[in-house]
Design a protein around this ligand. Sequence first.
Ligand SMILES: [Zn+2]
Length: 199
Amino acid sequence: MEIFSHALWSAGLAQLANRHLKVKHKHLRVRPILTAGWGIFPDVVVFAPVWAVYVWNLVSGKINYSQIPQHGQLGLVDTNTITRIFYSLSHSLVVFCVAMLLVVLFYRLFTGRKARRSSSLWAMLGWGLHILIDVPSHSYEYSATPVLWPISEWRFAQGIDWGTPAFLLFNFLALFLLYLFLWWSEPSKKRVKWDNPLA
Ligand SMILES: [Zn+2]
């Protein structure tokens, strides 16, 4: 999935989860913007250096614009060992679970507080959500998600590339419905009463 949809899905689902937390779980409400940050993190760590390399090569005249791979063509993520390792690290649920566990342990150790009460730590689930979204939205041939790396090289074979028109339409329609629902169910809206000037 492309990076903007990742940000929108993470923020939208975080907000949806917040709506369903009752008053006594108020402290668990996550900041959608922070969740969106974690939602784009797996791609930013891989693609920011990749794009920096392409821009550098473009500016220094080593390549021209037509040599920059377009979506669906094999790029540095598929052909360069270092970027492939970074892609595997940031797109593996195994790595994510280990990282989450370490963060939770260190948080508990250094703050003495219960990690499950920290909404900032819950926002980190945006990273896991990114991986889960990428599994069905990448084709087997193009940057398929190494979800079980380094335990297994298994990749989901039935994935549909997010760049295909039908998938894009489905994705943006689903996002539109999610945000429409969030807008429609906004609690503060229910408190606003129309002030009738004729009354
Ligand atoms: Zn990704």
